[in-house]
Design a protein around this ligand. Structure first.
Ligand SMILES: Cc1cc2nc3c(=O)[nH]c(=O)nc-3n(C[C@H](O)[C@H](O)[C@H](O)COP(=O)(O)O)c2cc1C
Length: 184
């Protein structure tokens, strides 16, 4: 892989989303040959199986972006101890019609940040369940349950010094995972 692309799905549409900030800051920890693309999921219709034969343009776009990627990074908030509805909606769209999922075999990374003490641990666990069904090889360790605290980002939006070493290790591990599963 000379110029690997990572599709990034952020499960929050909130303007000041911590998870979007995390996704942006994480991408800066990767070597320059990697490109990270945060995919738009806010314009997807609600999934309706009746539309499987005639998927909306936004759904086709999402699927082709994932198909073109070498890996998929999920950055999830925790909503009521699970993933957000918008993230699940996007996953459902890109997994259908049956037999035409674009996820199978794509190396996945799971991470998330929350204001709660357990830092999206339950949401990530639910997400891992979904990704197992979608046949995505998913990085197991290190796990990263991030608590949104003031020092998480510095003034430039980079990962702050308290968390940088840990998240650098996380990113290095994920990219090694992507390399390992390239063109699998
Ligand atoms: C509908 C809803 C449910 C939430 N449930 C949880 C939860 O189960 N656990 C948790 O730690 N935080 C929960 N939160 C708080 C989120 O962690 C917080 O809003 C966080 O900022 C969301 O991520 P974002 O900043 O990327 O939008 C919830 C927030 C909303 C809006």
């Amino acid at each position: 892989m000379s110029h690997p692309t990572i599709a990034v799905l952020v499960g929050s549409l909130r303007r000041e989303s911590f998870n979007r900030q995390l996704a942006t800051a994480l991408a800066r920890l990767a070597p320059p040959e990697y490109s990270f693309k945060q995919l738009e999921i806010g314009d997807l219709p609600l999934y309706n199986q009746d539309d499987d034969g005639n998927q909306a343009a936004s759904v086709k776009r999402l699927k082709s972006e994932i198909q073109a990627a070498d890996g998929v990074l999920f950055v999830t908030p925790e909503y009521n101890r699970s993933v957000s509805g918008v993230l699940k909606n996007a996953i459902d769209h890109a997994s259908r019609p049956y037999g035409q999922s674009v996820f199978a075999g794509k190396p996945a990374g799971v991470i998330g940040v929350s204001v709660g003490a357990i830092g999206t641990a339950m949401a990530q666990q639910h997400l891992r369940n979904i990704l197992a069904y979608l046949d995505m090889p998913t990085l197991g360790q290190p796990e990263a349950f991030i608590h949104a605290k003031d020092s998480l980002f510095d003034d430039s939006g980079n990962i702050g010094t308290d968390s940088r070493e840990f998240l650098q290790t996380w990113m290095d591990s994920y990219l090694a995972w992507v390399e390992q599963h390239a063109a699998a």
